[in-house]
Design a protein around this ligand. Structure first.
Ligand SMILES: C[S@@+](CC[C@H](N)C(=O)[O-])C[C@H]1O[C@@H](n2cnc3c(N)ncnc32)[C@H](O)[C@@H]1O
Length: 294
């Protein structure tokens, strides 16, 4: 009975299947209220956990429009594709992780984290989801040589094989109107057309020496990358696209858009409550920028 209720709830409202640095779940009411009244396709080039994409796909802000989602993290995109195309096998592999983990959480976690990464898709994706569910703070973070280096988290009963939600996510991702790809954000310039909405949620510009959000992949998102992104936004604006950008409350970012010639960008500060580092006291509300050309 309970699991039928859980399945019905998950089917009605599939949630992101990974916790991702910079995840936007808490900000959905603000983002949703900031969408343009009319737009054609929805494009999200820094997909991460995909909170706003999910919101739009389930029709709470976007209706039946086509959506293009991408990210440069190939492991993450492989996870989306595997959940879409092979969810039953994936759930089976996650159940094995769950069983082994509960026998001895610490040794199984480190054995999985530090062991060789296999080449088959199910093993890779189940490992990513398992580590994401059990690691400290649930954050995907690799070191400079591309190794996942987060210690074990303190969870009493992590839901490793969340089959109801995974099945619901799989159905959502099978939508004919969604395309998912692994690529750099700048590819969007060639693809986007007039009146498409592009939402950029890049790795944030650090606002202090300790709050660095640049370790999503084994590359890093430098100030030059932020400038390249601003340039892409200006090109999209010239094409007649609708552009919305999230970033930290950084003067440098604000000035990039304030001083962008004749165009007046709509820049507002919104209150966000999100994990900015591992100290729980630093998770409370803070301000961030929401920048739009409409
Ligand atoms: C702030 S996260 C996105 C958070 C996401 N909106 C969510 O709700 O979970 C930024 C994402 O940008 C991706 N990324 C970093 N550099 C990129 C690039 N050059 N092109 C495309 N994606 C990139 C990272 O892999 C990461 O998933």
């Amino acid at each position: 009975m309970y699991s039928q209720i859980a399945a019905e709830r998950a089917a009605a409202c599939p949630k992101p299947f990974v916790k991702w640095a910079g995840g936007k779940r808490q900000l959905i009411p603000v983002l949703s209220g900031s969408l343009p009244v009319r737009f054609e396709r929805y494009i999200e080039p820094f997909l991460g956990g995909g909170a706003l994409l999910f919101h739009i796909l389930i029709g709470q802000g976007g209706g039946s429009r086509a959506c293009l989602a991408s990210d440069c993290n190939s492991e993450l995109i492989l996870a989306y594709i595997t959940i879409r195309d092979n969810v039953t096998e994936l759930i089976r592999a996650l159940r094995v992780h769950e069983e082994e983990y509960y026998k001895d959480p610490e040794s199984y976690y480190y054995k999985t984290r530090d062991g060789p990464v296999q080449s088959d898709d199910i093993t890779r994706v189940s490992r990513l989801i398992f580590l994401n569910r059990t690691c400290f703070n649930g954050l995907y973070r690799v070191n400079s040589s591309g190794k996942f280096n987060v210690p074990l988290g303190r969870y009493t009963k992590p839901n490793i094989a969340d089959s109801e939600n995974l099945m619901a996510v799989s159905r959502l991702l099978q939508s004919q109107r969604l395309s998912i790809s692994c690529r750099d954000f700048a590819c969007v310039v060639d693809e986007a057309q007039k009146d498409d909405l592009i939402y950029f949620d890049p790795p944030y510009m650090p606002v202090s020496k300790t709050a660095s959000f640049t370790s999503y992949t084994n590359g890093s998102f430098t100030l030059d990358e932020q400038k390249r992104l601003a340039d892409v936004c200006f090109q999209l604006d010239e094409k007649g696209c609708k552009v919305m950008i999230s970033n930290s409350d950084s003067e440098i970012i604000e000035n990039m858009f304030r001083n962008s010639g004749s165009k007046s960008w709509n820049i507002k500060r919104v209150k966000a409550s999100r994990r900015i580092n591992s100290v729980s006291g630093k998770r409370s509300g803070h301000m961030e920028l929401l920048i739009r050309n409409y």
